[in-house]
Design a protein around this ligand. Sequence first.
Ligand code: CP
Ligand code: NVA
Length: 311
Amino acid sequence: MKKDILSILDLNSEELTGVLALADKLKGERKNGIFPEYLYKKSVGLIFEKASTRTRISFETGIFELGGHPLFLNPNDMQLGRGETISDTAKVLSRYLSAIMMRSYSHRTVEELALHSTIPVINGLSDEEHPCQILADIMTMRENFGNNLEDLTIAWIGDGNNVCDSLMLSSALTGYRVNVASPPAYRPKEKYIELAEKAGAYVKFFDNPRDAVSGADVIYTDTWISMGRENEKEARVNAFKGYRVDESLLAGCDSDSIVFHCLPAHRGEEISDEVIDGPMSRVWDQAENRLHAQKALLAKLLGDDISQSVS
Ligand code: CP
Ligand code: NVA
């Protein structure tokens, strides 16, 4: 049966550990010029309703490195842009491709695509979740702190957005605690707070970012203005004053704490230059690990035969 990854909770803990172990292996092999072809002769469609640097390029590169063929698909160049439905598109693409990754405005669009596809669908960021980002983040946490993630505390500072939703849910898989500090109007959606609770996640909410970062191992932030929210810019910039990850906020943190940002960063807004370019920052490792983690995910979803491996 095909498996879709629309939410980070579409993986269980065991599957997550399997993906991350393979990601570590692929990362090591790549350094030595070894490229196992888990996706030999397989084509993967990449549909982007919104802009992307990391997701697009890491998926395109990763699929190529696995021996497959990536197709970048702009909905406006497809009949989707002229009114063909998502469900009809799903049925047709399922006849050509081995999997589809989609970045959509509405989470319902990726759900609809998955419902009508007979091949796996991966969410490459919707308004509700960003599971591929969280895979890379957990890989980066393991590189810094080892595999016992249940000892960690992650502080999310800023907008309770799509990345925050997936981070909260991931606590149920890893056992780490997630402290969320957001202005009250920008806390995660109730639906995700409830989902996280139901799944057994350890999430606490704070008004003051200083309380949230106290004792945290990872301090994580993201833009205050996610794609699609550009017309709320003024209200958001005002509401998020005091939620910038800068040297003053980090003054009380342990020296071995690290800083995450999923990128793209809006330097001077949610994060200062000193922090993103400073010794605590792991943002470039996170970005790199998108490649390895997604390769591993695709290999697990599609790579039933690696006899074509060139290793
Ligand atoms: N973090 C992330 O998904 O970046 P892009 O928007 O560049 O893909
Ligand atoms: N929260 C951001 C993440 C970008 C990768 C957005 O949705 O635009």
